[in-house]
Design a binder for this molecule. Structure first.
Ligand code: NAI
Ligand code: MG
Length: 357
């Protein structure tokens, strides 16, 4: 068998990104050793606010050439509002990647694990285990619209939702493909066709058309209001949940919140065809309130590493990382402060890496 080598771009960013990314890398390297593949890293010293303070921009103009064609980008977190306003730091870095690399899937797991206090009463590990698939490029987040008659009595604003057949079909295809790999094989679609009477019926139509190519996958749809309520009331009924950009945005925060701390939640911004690199990062931001103190929970970053390996097709290594994470979470002395423990970032990261040795 030929040697498996994966080139990754590593960007740790700001705040706790600089503390949790090295732990993610430590675990990736341990998984690679165990499973006989190589992770070749290229670290980039941009897309952080110190870079902005020096250069007046978040990334060099040549960022695309510098990043080149890695298999993926392993990202920490960006943002340091004391130096750079958040819309500048985010639009100047992360959102550039998402757009320029056409990362049209935003993927987040929602899984309740042992050792993580659940904000929903009476739920135990195993009760909550689903994925949120968000369309990441069009929909409600469009640049079509404007403001007229500003400052007058006729002042008006409008912003149009844009759904293209290509954009809708490709996210639905991703969701159905994902459901096909799962035991329950169920897609739940977020709609609001009763109120948003043009684009949402179109979305529903495309869901029905896509479903006809997947006879082995069951599907249903919910209006977004009751769907959100069900995340809280009946999370056990979901397997793969797919939504437009806006609905998916909200669900992809609500879902992980229902399963515990933000410190463990991972995400992928994925270009499934692999024409461009995908980006894997924890859900959380740079956490200025705890940065530099070795307090951050590294598990969101480590779980993101597992998602990245899954994307590479290294499913055994990904499963081993998740098993190590689960084992560590069960151990009170390995829990970080956000989980009620007193372990520091490195202690937690090293323990997970050594479980893979
Ligand atoms: P945040 O996620 O950085 O922090 C929210 C709260 O959760 C804080 O109290 C923090 O201490 C805690 N927290 C976050 N991650 C944790 C971890 N791994 N372990 C333990 N506790 C953790 O969100 P916030 O404060 O709204 O934003 C701070 C900065 O991060 C802003 O500049 C924001 O724009 C940026 N941000 C960046 C994101 C990204 O890079 N994808 C995502 C969200 C925010
Ligand atoms: Mg969000």
């Amino acid at each position: 068998m030929s040697e498996r080598i994966y080139d990754i771009a590593v960007i740790s960013g700001d705040g706790i990104g600089k503390e949790v990314v090295p732990e993610g890398i430590r675990v990736l390297e341990a998984a690679a050793r165990r499973h006989g593949f190589t992770i070749r890293q290229k670290w980039h010293d941009f897309a952080h606010c110190d870079y902005y303070a020096k250069h007046g921009r978040m990334m060099p103009e040549t960022w695309k050439e510098e990043i080149g064609k890695p298999a993926a980008i392993f990202f920490g977190a960006v943002g340091w509002p004391e130096i750079v306003p958040d819309h500048i730091s985010l639009w100047g870095s992360l959102l550039q990647f998402r757009r320029e690399y056409d990362q049209y899937v935003n993927l987040r797991p929602v899984r309740l694990m042992e050792g993580v206090p659940c904000p929903l009463a009476g739920r135990k590990p195993g009760d909550i285990d689903f994925w949120v698939v968000r369309e990441n490029t069009e929909g409600e987040y469009s640049a079509i619209g404007g403001r007229m008659f500003e400052g007058t009595e006729r002042e008006m604003v409008m912003q149009e939702t844009v759904m293209t057949r290509k954009g809708v079909d490709r996210i639905l295809k991703f969701a159905f493909d994902l459901a096909q790999t799962r035991p329950r094989k169920l897609v739940s679609s977020a709609t609001k066709s009763n109120g948003i009477a043009i684009t949402m019926p179109y979305w529903d139509e495309r869901v029905e058309a896509m479903a006809s190519s997947y006879p082995d996958v069951a599907w249903n749809k919910f209006h977004i209001d009751i769907l959100s309520a069900n995340f809280v009331l009946k999370p056990q009924i979901f397997d793969v949940v797919v939504g437009s950009n806006l609905f998916g945005d909200i669900l992809s925060d609500l879902g992980p919140a229902c399963a515990g701390t933000i410190g463990i939640a991972p995400s992928g911004n994925i270009n499934p065809e692999g024409v461009n690199p995908s980006l894997f990062e924890p859900v959380h931001g740079s956490a200025p309130d705890i940065a530099g103190q070795n307090l951050a929970n590294p598990i969101g970053q480590i779980w993101s590493a597992a998602m990245m390996l899954e994307h590479f097709g290294e499913t055994g290594a990904a499963a081993d990382i998740m098993h190590a994470v689960e084992t560590a979470l069960k151990e009170p002395k390995l829990r970080t402060r956000d989980l009620g423990g007193s372990a520091d970032t490195q202690t937690c990261g090293k323990a997970i890496a050594s479980l893979l040795a």
